[in-house]
Each structure stands twice: as structure tokens, then as C-alpha cells.
Design a protein around this ligand. Structure first.
Ligand code: KIV
Length: 267
């Protein structure tokens, strides 16, 4: 399992960090087998697994349920759990209580909070209590109702300065890493150069210290994929073809055939 100091050293050595989302044990097992550095049980869970149109309905209980599954699948990968909508902005003791549940009940190693300077005090309190915190700036999907959509953030200089200030505040508060989502590459570079802690980009270009992709986007599962995500497979097409073949075989009687007839020694 990677440690917080090791992740910071990776940045210092110029080694890129590969993070991936996971929501269940089989995908986590595969990620661990190929050596992913970090797993994120993101609240994208709501959209890619639970069928919601935003991340907002996801509950703490749902996050804990899926985090436990991920940890069973990948016992040796540093795993970050998103605190769902609203939690980062609750009073510190409540955020700490939720984070303790993430660690004790979910098995997470760290939590991720969406927010800027307004949550710096909370980040400091969690860090002091021994909860590693990953920040999340730029496009914050939990703000989708306020923003009116999933749009690039930090394009204006004033907004870029604000993000840079927020990034510094989160680092000063003790955050061990920072997700930068959907910001211009030049701004992601500025932020990455200004910080000692690693930046993990998603739609933030190349000048960050690591990347994160959503499992389903990487595999090409789902109807819409952001342009900045690279699909390494077109699994949706392959799954559809396999399921359609199964249905056709059941209907035609081609499945099961002789080799699938159970034998007495089968369990
Ligand atoms: O919820 C999520 O999966 C995330 C990543 C996209 C960074 O926050």
C-alpha cells in the first residue's frame, strides 16, 4: 500500500501517479493486480453505477457499502473515499465523524472533499486527527446545480487566481493531494508547480502529477464519455454483443449444449 509520504515523494521524483475509480470488488481486484497506485471510490458511483443523473443523491451509507467492497477486492491499494454531497460543509465534528466511519467501517485510507478555502479549516482538523485528506478543485460535480452543467472552470484570470489560492490553502491545511478536474492545462501547470503535494488531473491536461479516470470511461461502458477521457476498450459494444448472443442462444436452444450439462462431480 502506498503511503502519504510516498505519494509526495513520487511527485518530487517526477513519477506520475495512476489513480482509478472503483466501486466494487472485481474491478478493484483487477486494478490491484496491474499495479494502480491509488483507488478512488468516487461519488461518481451515483452516475456510473447507481443510475442517478448527478452525484448529489449518493449517501454516506452507499459510499461506505461500496468502499468496503473495493477494499475486499484490493486489500493492498491505498483507497480514497469521497465524502458525498453536503458533508464537507458540515460542522467539523460531523465531517470528522463521517471520515472516521470511512476509515473504520469502509476501510478507506483517506477521504476526498470537494471545496476550496471555505473548507481549509475542516481539512486541517481532519489532518490533525490523522485522516489524510485529498482535495478536489476545478469542476466540482457536487456544485452542478449551482453551475448549471459540467463546464470547464478557471478560464478567466480572476477565477484562475482564486483556484490557485484555494489550492495553496488546501496544501497549507494539510491536504496530501489534490484532484484538479476540468481546468485549462496552463492553470493545472501553474497549480502543480506551486504545490509540493501531487495534483491528480481529470480533464486537466498533461502538466499534472498524476491522472485519474473513471473505470467505466476507461473501459468504454456508458452512453456518454467526456472528451478528455480515453477509452481503452469499447466494452459497451462487446457486452451488448455478448448479452444478445446469450439471449439468442437461450431462445434457440443452443445454450446449454452437451458440454454445459451438469455432471455429478460438479459443485
Ligand atoms: O467521483 C469521482 O469519481 C471523482 C473523480 C472523477 C475525480 O471525483
Amino acid at each position: 500500500v502506498r503511503s502519504v509520504p510516498e505519494l509526495v515523494e513520487m511527485k518530487a521524483r517526477g513519477e506520475k501517479i495512476a489513480m482509478l475509480t472503483a466501486y466494487d470488488a472485481p474491478s478493484a481486484r483487477i486494478a490491484e493486480a496491474v499495479g494502480v497506485d491509488l483507488l478512488l471510490v468516487g461519488d461518481s458511483l451515483g452516475m456510473v453505477v447507481l443510475g442517478y443523473s448527478t452525484t448529489l443523491p449518493v449517501t454516506l451509507e452507499e459510499m461506505l457499502h461500496h468502499t468496503r467492497a473495493v477494499r475486499r477486492g484490493a486489500p493492498d491499494v491505498f483507497t480514497v473515499m469521497d465524502l458525498p454531497f453536503g458533508w464537507a460543509h458540515r460542522p467539523c465534528p460531523e465531517v470528522l465523524a463521517a471520515s472516521v466511519r470511512a476509515i473504520q467501517e469502509g476501510g478507506a485510507h483517506a477521504v476526498k472533499l470537494e471545496g476550496g478555502e471555505e473548507i481549509a479549516e475542516t481539512v486541517a482538523r481532519l489532518t490533525a486527527a490523522g485522516v489524510p485528506v485529498m482535495g478536489h478543485l476545478g469542476l466540482r460535480p457536487q456544485q452542478v446545480y449551482r453551475l448549471g452543467g459540467y463546464r470547464m472552470q478557471g478560464r478567466e484570470e480572476r477565477e484562475a487566481e482564486e483556484l490557485l489560492r484555494a489550492a495553496r490553502a488546501l496544501e497549507d491545511a494539510g491536504a496530501f493531494a489534490l484532484v484538479l478536474e476540468l481546468v485549462p492545462e496552463a492553470l493545472a501547470r501553474r497549480i502543480s508547480q506551486a504545490l509540493r503535494i501531487p495534483t491528480i488531473g481529470i480533464g486537466a491536461g498533461r502538466a499534472v502529477d498524476g491522472q485519474v479516470l473513471v473505470w467505466h470511461d476507461l473501459l468504454g461502458i456508458g452512453e456518454r464519455r467526456p472528451r478528455f477521457a480515453r477509452a481503452y476498450l469499447d466494452l459497451e459494444r462487446e457486452i451488448r454483443a455478448a448479452v444478445a448472443a446469450y439471449v439468442a442462444d437461450v431462445r434457440s436452444g443452443a445454450f446449454p449444449d452437451r458440454e454445459h450439462v451438469p455432471l455429478p462431480e460438479d459443485r
